[in-house]
Design a protein around this ligand. Structure first.
Ligand SMILES: Cc1ncc(COP(=O)(O)O)c(C=O)c1O
Length: 417
């Protein structure tokens, strides 16, 4: 047995684990020579696929200079350039970038920022959060508290202090007026009754990832942004999964043309090369931390924040994204998914949703996906259902041939197996 304690694993089941010995473009090569198409981009991060020459080179160039230095009392070119680029490309007003090493930590930082934003202003009552039902914001303690996905937190239910959770509008990206209003009214009811104790509203904009790739309307985001302003509650957009093109625009907030007070980026931020994340804040938030003493300062500093290799690869990743017009690639993949699945029905399927470089098949019962993982491997595909959700989030650079192999593999599971 391996000494590694693997993620989301019941080790007693001794489930087989594939050993990867190489990765190139969308392909993973296993030690026995088999090659699999990665249909999930290593948890939605490897947007360029693997072993990209330019990204490798960007990291190597930085590696020759230095791999890491602390960011306490020191700065360096890659971190300054990367922060400047992120401010340039994210929604208007997000002018300050706090780096950390993973999406969960970046969410923790956002939540701490929100609480201290209010306490620095003398308001010690605003300490709670609202989030969306079914949301996922990471696996650390406070992330579990604002999250609402039992798959990842039921073992801790007895110690978690949950805040408020409100429903996303029914009807996907195009809800009816009643569906939209019903969700907006639910949010306003909570804000109206509890805004004095609420620091922030945190959302995965437009697409709830780990919770089942549920989609909701950009109009809801617009309304929610307005309500947060009206009730003096900060609006936090967790774009760890949606950022960098996954939903068809650079950021999911761009669909609604809104600027959050705080935005969180991770995963594709560094193209799947090195773990890194960023919490961006508006000047209003940042300025509340200014003062004559350290009491008002944000006393948080991950050892590896602003890692130069991460910043160098992140900068190059965005350069390629823009130069190669990745949003066009994403739009093409969306059209292919929509074309392939718009008329696809099966008795075990509840709904199929496509947005950007993502397709999810929500089944009626997780049991109908038993054996799917092995079946996919036999078809040369790396796809991993979450519960009753079968999804594909391939690299944006995937070839048409591989894309159609994924689609065929997904469809055949229902029609032939
Ligand atoms: C929306 C969202 N927030 C936060 C996280 C946590 O990121 P990490 O796994 O890098 O800690 C995830 C991870 O899937 C996510 O999807």
């Amino acid at each position: 047995m391996s000494n590694v304690w693997y993620p989301y694993s019941q080790h007693q089941l001794n489930e087989p684990r594939l050993k990867v010995v190489g990765a190139e473009r969308e392909f993973l090569t296993l030690e026995d020579g088999r090659v699999l198409i990665d249909g999930v981009s290593s948890w939605w991060a490897a947007i360029h696929g693997y072993n990209n020459d330019e990204l490798n080179q960007a990291m190597n160039v930085q590696l020759e200079k230095f791999a890491h230095v602390m960011l306490g009392g020191i700065t360096h070119e890659p971190v300054e350039q990367f922060a400047e680029k992120l401010v340039e490309i994210t929604p208007e007003g997000l002018n300050h970038v706090f780096f950390s090493d993973s999406g969960s930590v970046a969410v923790e930082v956002a939540l701490k920022m929100a609480v201290q934003f209010w306490s620095n202003k003398g308001n010690f009552e605003k300490v709670k959060f609202i989030a969306l039902k079914n949301s996922y914001h990471g696996d650390t303690y406070k992330c579990m508290e604002v999250g609402d996905d039992p798959d990842y937190q039921s073992s801790y239910a007895h110690v978690l202090h949950k805040g408020f959770h409100t429903s996303i509008p029914q009807g996907g990206v195009n809800p009816s007026e009643e569906q939209l209003q019903s969700a907006v009214e639910e949010l306003e009811r909570i804000l109206n009754s509890h805004h004095k104790s609420i620091a922030a509203f945190i959302v995965e904009p437009l697409m709830q990832g780990a919770g089942g790739f549920k989609l909701y309307s950009p109009r809801y985001l617009k309304e929610a942004r307005l309500l947060c302003t009206k009730y003096n509650v900060l609006f936090v957009a967790d774009e760890v999964a949606t950022g960098f093109g996954r939903t068809g625009k650079l950021f999911a907030c761009d669909h609604a043309k809104i600027s959050p007070d705080i935005m969180i980026l991770g995963k594709a931020l560094t193209a799947g090369y090195v773990g890194h994340a960023a919490t961006l804040a508006s000047s209003t938030v940042f300025n509340a931390f200014l003062g004559d003493t350290y009491e008002e300062a944000l006393m948080h500093g991950p050892t590896f924040m602003g890692n130069p290799l991460a910043c160098a690869v992140g900068l190059k990743s965005y350069e390629i994204f823009e130069r190669e017009n990745y949003l066009e690639k994403v739009s093409h993949i969306e059209q292919v998914f929509k074309g392939a699945f718009s008329e696809f029905y099966h008795q075990n399927i509840q709904e199929i949703r496509c947005l950007g470089c993502m397709v999810v098949i929500e089944t009626k019962d997780a049991n109908c996906l038993k054996g799917f993982k092995q079946y996919a491997i036999d078809q040369g595909l790396w796809l991993r259902p979450i519960g009753k959700y079968l999804y594909a989030t391939p690299p944006y650079t995937i070839s048409n041939k591989s894309l159609h192999q994924i689609i065929k593999g997904l469809k055949d599971w229902f029609t032939k197996v």
